[in-house]
Design a protein around this ligand. Structure first.
Ligand code: IMP
Length: 404
């Protein structure tokens, strides 16, 4: 059984889409298991920019794509995304979990309301209704894909949701939900049983997390986090597969750090230097278009990501972008009350960050090797893939990955 689980090592937007697209050619199944349309996995292939929001980023190349039970689905987005993707691949095999929860307009309104209520302490959510959809799931009043088989049950649930939120809703939303559900109904199935059978049958599977380790609801910079589990452990409940099925884990890290939304970011840059890196790396959110905050690569953060996710391999992305900068640094430790700290703690504000300086590599590739070697020596995890451009072909394979 060959499985590989891809996670983000930072705050999301590490470039996972490109890595998943690249690897998915070698897998039978491509599976997404958390988050919703807050995610935006960008892939540049066949002269097209493809932005995946709900469909796994291996859709174009893997034999079958699966949207597993841990994902929250906005049907409008899903229908539009499939319309776009089916032009690029007209014969495809897709499975959508009947247990996945649905994001409605009421959830979106609730997200906006909560952000307004938080005022200056707002999280900076994507305003896609993701938090409220997970709230209703765990509050046991959520709407599952399977509930859309029954218009009476759906109406009852929508009425309950509206009462919970003290909101009115237009009953035409029910018809819209049913219509959109009818568009995807043929793909909706018991993905848990499907995945068990496929994997027991020896098929290979590539699992992808949306977002990054440090916006995990439990282990991130709470409350400035998303509402799902973005660490590798999330893959089990997010798919219904027991831990026994998962063997290898690959973490994707950008050669520098970025973050959208609010929250703690020790190596953050400001002013002109930040502006220039943001422009060089085109660091604007692929879901909301917001400018991303940018900063240096943070090794204490990666050390923690290696531990939390049991990483076997690392893919380093956007090395071409960083190589053009004059000031290249890696954070190696922090200082707090005169003590040196080597691991990232999302709940601790540090006084100072210690850095090591590197030479640019746009003219001298050896400097990039030194940068990578430094990371590998510290983390004791091999950098097996190197992203050095936005296109599918702009990828360097540096080492073999064993998947069993
Ligand atoms: P939410 O997931 O929309 O509730 O947003 C919560 C936090 O997670 C905000 O800071 C978002 O900017 C961030 N976030 C959500 N999805 C992504 C993503 O795919 N990449 C990066 N940040 C994200």
């Amino acid at each position: 059984m060959e499985t590989l689980t891809i996670v983000g090592c930072q705050f999301g937007d590490e470039g996972k889409g490109k890595i998943i697209d690249f690897l998915s050619n070698d897998f039978d199944l491509s599976i997404r298991f958390n988050g919703g349309e807050n995610a935006g996995h960008t892939v540049v292939a066949d002269h097209q920019i493809i932005k995946y929001h709900l469909v796994p980023a291996g859709f174009l190349r893997a034999r079958t794509s699966v949207i597993a039970n841990g994902v929250v689905i906005n049907l409008k987005t899903l229908v539009e995304e499939l319309k776009f993707l089916s032009v690029m691949r007209n014969k495809f095999d897709l499975k959508i979990s009947n247990l996945a929860h649905v994001v409605t307009d009421l959830h979106v309104k609730r997200d906006r309301f909560q952000e307004e209520l938080r005022g200056s302490r707002n999280i900076g959510t994507t305003l896609k209704g993701i938090g409220p959809a997970y709230e209703s799931k765990f509050g046991r009043y959520g709407i599952r894909m399977m509930d859309l088989e029954d218009p009476y049950l759906l109406t009852e649930k929508m009425d309950f949701l509206a009462k919970m939120y003290h909101l009115e809703y237009d009953h035409s939303e029910i018809d819209q939900l049913l219509k959109r559900y009818a568009d995807v109904n043929e793909y909706v199935t018991d993905t848990v049983g499907y995945l068990q059978n496929e994997l027991n049958d020896g098929k290979s599977a590539l699992f992808e997390t949306a977002q990054g380790t440090f916006i995990d609801v439990e282990f991130g910079t709470y409350p400035f986090v998303t509402s799902s589990h973005t660490v590798s452990a999330g893959v089990t409940v997010g798919t219904g597969l027991s831990p026994r099925y998962f063997s290898k884990f690959l973490g994707v890290a950008k050669a520098y750090t970025t973050r959208v939304g609010e929250g703690y970011f020790p190596t953050e840059l400001t002013g002109e230097q930040a502006e220039s890196l943001r422009k060089l790396g085109n660091e604007f959110g692929s879901t909301t278009g917001r400018p991303r905050r940018v900063g240096f690569l943070d090794l204490p953060m990666l050390r923690m990501a290696v531990k939390l996710n049991s990483l076997d391999y690392i893919a380093l992305t956007k090395t071409d972008v960083l190589g053009k900068c004059k000031d290249i640094r890696i954070a190696t430790s922090y200082e707090k009350d005169g003590n040196e700290i080597n691991t990232y703690d999302p709940n601790l504000k540090v006084d100072k960050v210690n850095y090591v300086q590197f030479e640019p590599w746009s003219e001298n590739k050896k400097n990039l090797e030194k940068f990578i070697q430094f990371i590998e020596d510290d983390l004791k995890v091999p950098v097996t893939l190197l992203g050095n451009g936005e296109k599918r072909e702009e990828m360097e394979v540096r080492g073999e990955m064993q998947l069993v």
